[in-house]
Design a protein around this ligand. Sequence first.
Ligand SMILES: CCCCCCCCC/C=C/C(=O)SCCNC(=O)CCNC(=O)[C@H](O)C(C)(C)COP(=O)(O)OP(=O)(O)OC[C@H]1O[C@@H](n2cnc3c(N)ncnc32)[C@H](O)[C@@H]1OP(=O)(O)O
Ligand SMILES: Cc1cc2nc3c(=O)[nH]c(=O)nc-3n(C[C@H](O)[C@H](O)[C@H](O)COP(=O)(O)OP(=O)(O)OC[C@H]3O[C@@H](n4cnc5c(N)ncnc54)[C@H](O)[C@@H]3O)c2cc1C
Length: 673
Amino acid sequence: MSKNLSIVNKDLKEERDKINFNVEEFTNWFYGGAEKVKEKKYIENYFLSDKDLNLELDTSYLSYKDKYEEAVRRSIVVYKKLYKLHNEMGGTHEDFVKIMENLRFTMGAINPEGNPFVLHFSMFALTIMNMTNDEQKAEWLPRIFNCNILGTYAQTELGHGTYIQRLETTATYDPKTKEFTLNSPTLTSYKWWPGNLGHTVDHAIVMAQLYSQGKCHGIQPFIVQLRDSETHKPLPGIDIGDIGNKVGFQTVNNGFLGFKNVKVPYKNMLMKNSKLLEDGTFIKPKNAKLNYGTMVIIRVHMIIDAACRIAKATTIALRYSLVRRQSPINPNEIEPKIIEHITQQNKIFPGIAKAVVFKCMADYLTKLHLSITQEGNTGNLARMPELHALSCCLKAVCTNEDAKTVEVCRLSCGGHGFLRSAGLDDVYRNSTAAQTYEGENTVMLLQAARFLIKSFNEARNGGSLTEGVKYLFDFIGRNGKREIFDNSINGILRAIQAAAAGRTYIAWKHIEDDKRHNSIEVATNLAGVHLTKAAELHGYVCLLQVGIEEIEKIIRNVSPALGLVFKNILELFAVDLILNKIGDVIQHVDISNEDIEKLEKQMETLFKFFRTSAIGVVDGFDFSDPIIDSTLGSYDGNVYENLINAARKSPLNQEDVNRTFHLYIKPFMKSNL
Ligand SMILES: CCCCCCCCC/C=C/C(=O)SCCNC(=O)CCNC(=O)[C@H](O)C(C)(C)COP(=O)(O)OP(=O)(O)OC[C@H]1O[C@@H](n2cnc3c(N)ncnc32)[C@H](O)[C@@H]1OP(=O)(O)O
Ligand SMILES: Cc1cc2nc3c(=O)[nH]c(=O)nc-3n(C[C@H](O)[C@H](O)[C@H](O)COP(=O)(O)OP(=O)(O)OC[C@H]3O[C@@H](n4cnc5c(N)ncnc54)[C@H](O)[C@@H]3O)c2cc1C
């Protein structure tokens, strides 16, 4: 861990002295091994130590335009170094991936309000890698990786983001000229939101309705040049710009884009899935949803992003809570560290547990995605719906939890948490953005619920179910009887499964009843609230189930002391979950008041045990000070010195008297009104 050289606050030192497990061992788990931690530290330092980045400059005080320009400048410093490092490391694809993985953290410190090139290396490159044929790969990939062209993923329009079947941009094929003509026939057909689109990139993957031989063949991806390679001026027929100030992502340069008779060559339609012959004959893909593949990949990646944001927010909140003293618990005693207030533990400890369980889920989902993609490459698409449902469900549940937890962490830092220098505002803005992008969370839950309802019907008819929803059989097998609660980890899992299955049943029954008077679609809409609740509970079932399986494996492979910490974390996650979902559980599980009181007591015991490990776990997340970028969360815990130093850097404090005094305030005060 890169620690600064100042003396560590004595309260924080005292906490660290009590840690009873090996923090480094935890860090090695979190990053996937000692070698990976070494790499991470090296790469982080390689970038962050560069003076050309001018990280001393607090960009939050800059204007909107200046922020963007500084973000572009810093990014270019980083990308130049990236290529240098890549060559030094050996120049393989794996080396590139290693650097990019580590840049996830580093970029946040360099451009706290977003990276104006993020879409180039993510959605743009991924789409070209996964949706092109061999000739297209050969043409585009070298130019993308050399950054000779820069691109984004332009799907969402002013009128439609969710219901992408109704996107309005058209691409009409003419077999005579072997060209597509792109048009934005209405204002609502303008592309709106794509990151980096406004003024940064010169190419985009554009999702447009394909028209050929007089017929519409649905949305297809096209690679389109938007700006001149030399002058960067928009090409003829392209109307392009920045969408303006937002809640966050200020330097991501989200843009708008309209087309007027823009010509695109035949070879620029991405042809791995759907195909268009040169004469204009359209050949359907094996599954129409293959064109949605990039979204699935990003949703899978978003689970680890959520885990890391929670890890960062809880690191700040916990370190602060260990040095902040306020409000004696016994009137005559000294003021305790605020963490001694049990409510403070309740705010922060479950968050730390979530970061760990989400990390387990991210690892699991990444492996599942890989294996389902490999199956897909051999033509077997059978498990695509399962992956789609699971990634939608977890994207929604994890980013909702993420935004909630980060906000609770901010509140747990009291007034100082509201300062930008506390470092929680950018984390929150990124968390809440993630609730919307890559599929709005309610919509994602409803997609997952479709899968649940299908599975429920399958279970009722004695069909077969995928592993993750087999608990629906247990519910049906109980034949209306409630699950009997037992207070073990697996008992909690069974209770949450019963709640998820019970809510699925309620939603199913709602649809069945309404179907008698309405179409299935109307009936499904009317059951929407139940469906989203069922999907959310299903997401928690997956998290707990995977958490149990993964943590059992981890415990077998780590030292007994760290094993106990993991056991504690898993129980914290489980008990917090069931207490938060107690209303749903009561509906479907035979659980008594005494059981609930026991769970509440158990939570207090878990807090007591975790009290000594918590600082070790957050230190083990291993966020260096530049990455944490927080006056409240630095490793040394010198919170008050950090706060006053940060305040002194305010532009208003660079002069004793601000000119507004002479211009406005003094004349006003002397005017006697
Ligand atoms: C700090 C970090 C900075 C990181 C910085 C990151 C930068 C942020 C970049 C952000 C980028 C974006 O937001 S890019 C834009 C992202 N946009 C979205 O995510 C749009 C969300 N909308 C959708 O995904 C879709 O439209 C969806 C809601 C699924 C509905 O699609 P359709 O209308 O075509 O589908 P429906 O007719 O409803 O049918 C649904 C059926 O299709 C199946 N289906 C749907 N999608 C499927 C899929 N991908 N794979 C398999 N199957 C799929 C379902 O299982 C259903 O099956 P059955 O049940 O059997 O019928
Ligand atoms: C920060 C950020 C970055 C983005 N980056 C990109 C990008 O790079 N490229 C890109 O193409 N797009 C991008 N987007 C767009 C993003 O993917 C969409 O905004 C998102 O998919 C939601 O779609 P929408 O805006 O149409 O919301 P809407 O669908 O209009 O949502 C509005 C409300 O309607 C509800 N609703 C809509 N449909 C249903 C339904 N079927 N059932 C129930 N409720 C429904 C929603 O739940 C929500 O409450 C970005 C967005 C943001 C905020």
